[in-house]
Design a protein around this ligand. Structure first.
Ligand SMILES: *[C@@H]1O[C@H](CO)[C@@H](O)[C@H](O)[C@H]1NC(C)=O
Ligand SMILES: *[C@@H]1O[C@H](CO)[C@@H](O)[C@H](O)[C@H]1NC(C)=O
Ligand SMILES: *[C@@H]1O[C@H](CO)[C@@H](O)[C@H](O)[C@H]1NC(C)=O
Length: 411
């Protein structure tokens, strides 16, 4: 069966985790010696999970051209201090239903943001619009429908340029980039339009997503079909996709009544079998995530699953498409237009059911004319979707390779 997925299931799985297993995350007593228990509604990411580990951390606000106010964090140096010189800036972009906390959930020795800071990088963390620390807007209120009228096209158009431009102008240096999942999709889409490539030195893409053709998780397929099915207008009328909200809960409950859905172990049935997660990290993850996105973003994923092509949001109406795009069908993001000399590092896992190996192969086919010495590809047989950001062995297997790749680039 042909299917695509990726973020979709991730979201669904996370939702379930949070909704069905609240006792798990609430009833366990945390060891305050090992786990940092912040009060997430009052402290920012710096004070919650960075400063307690002994790192310097700065909070920034960045306004997008369409008025969204995004929070960013910077870890300017490692625990042992600066190295005197100009440190190479790197921007970390999380996936859907996640936020910048993604990169900080394990110990400093295991989490990418800390590992990079301790390896001499100037680390910047992005938080996409609509997530906990990025819910303000110049004129719109996040409880209004208008605030949520965007899909990941707007992340390509506005969020990514705003954060990359900010770091570029603040440091005066070209950035290295790390994206996970949706963070790879919006980067690939940007690069395919020639955006931002003049401000980047290189990009590392973890669980790269451009196609969702081979998703084979039943729950993801059911969810995707629901989003583009006859109820599409209902979905388009729903603004915020809040995984913890009542509407999403009842949606998931309905899906789980389908005998094909396996809601017992959602994390596995959605993301694939993660080899290397720490139970304490999963608890921390459930404490902070999942985060909201727009319903339109979920519909956009479902369209990618349905159509097998990476393109802009389809209004499902030729007249409205014409108004937005000047053509009856949404324009395609053509991956083969990514500049051939942009250094890329791709890492993907054999057990990832969201970023399926066959979908990554389609992406690699699109990149077959990329300069050979500018494309590094890493395949990890045992890894699934979450291992790349939360796996206890990710440093040895993936992050060391990313650092070697970055250090190989000419400034
Ligand atoms: C946003 O709207 C909600 C509900 O209408 C209201 O309670 C809140 O005060 C508003 N926030 C701002 C910043 O205006
Ligand atoms: C898992 O996390 C706990 C709490 O942070 C830590 O004490 C333990 O060493 C971690 N286990 C591994 C294998 O990293
Ligand atoms: C993408 O661009 C290449 C050439 O740049 C072209 O051959 C190909 O047909 C395009 N693909 C799509 C889906 O438009």
């Amino acid at each position: 069966m042909t299917s695509h997925v990726m973020l979709f299931p991730l979201l669904v799985s996370i939702l379930f985790f949070t909704l069905l297993l609240p006792e798990l995350s609430l009833a366990r007593s945390f060891d305050h010696g090992n786990l940092i228990i912040p009060s997430p509604e009052t402290d920012g990411i710096c004070l919650s999970v960075v400063v307690p580990h002994g790192y310097k951390c700065q909070e920034f606000e960045v306004k997008t051209e369409d008025g969204y106010i995004l929070s960013m964090q910077r870890i300017p140096e490692g625990r042992v201090g600066g190295n005197g010189g100009n440190r190479q800036p790197v921007l970390l972009q999380h996936g859907v239903l996640m936020d910048g906390m993604t990169w900080l959930l394990n110990s400093p020795e295991q989490s990418l943001a800390f590992v990079l800071a301790d390896s001499g990088f100037d680390v910047w963390i992005a938080n996409t619009r609509g997530t906990r620390w990025s819910r303000r807007h110049a004129t719109l209120n996040a409880s209004s429908r208008a605030y949520w009228a965007w899909s990941w096209d707007e992340l390509v158009m506005y969020d990514l340029p705003a954060t990359i431009d900010f770091v570029f102008s603040h440091t005066g240096q070209k950035l290295d980039y790390v994206g996970h999942s949706l963070g790879t999709l919006i980067a690939l889409a940007s690069f395919s339009e020639g955006r931002l490539v003049d401000k980047l030195r290189s990009a590392a893409l973890l669980c790269p997503v451009a196609y969702l053709t081979y998703m084979n998780t039943p729950i993801g397929i059911l969810a995707a079909r629901a989003f583009v099915g006859e109820q599409i207008t209902n979905w388009l009328g729903m603004a915020e996709f809040n995984p913890k909200g009542a509407a999403v809960t009842s949606f998931l409950n309905a899906l789980c009544h389908d005998p094909r859905a396996n809601c017992y172990d959602l994390m596995t049935s959605v993301t694939g079998h993660n080899c290397c997660l720490n139970e304490s990290t999963i608890e921390l993850f459930l404490k902070y995530e999942p985060q909201s996105t727009s319903t339109r973003t979920m519909v956009h994923f479902a369209q990618t699953f349905r159509d097998g092509v990476l393109k802009k949001f389809d209004y499902e109406n030729p007249i409205i498409n014409l108004e937005h795009y000047g053509q009856h069908k949404p324009p395609v993001y053509n991956i083969s237009n990514i500049p051939d000399n942009l250094p890329l590092f791709l890492s993907y896992g054999g057990k990832d059911s969201l970023s399926d190996v066959r979908d990554v192969q389609l992406l690699l086919d699109d990149l077959k004319f990329h300069n050979g010495d500018k494309l590094t590809v890493q395949y990890i047989n045992d890894f699934a979707h979450a291992d790349f950001v939360m796996g206890v062995s990710a440093k040895q297997i993936v992050y060391n390779a990313i650092i070697a790749f970055f250090n190989h680039q000419q400034s």
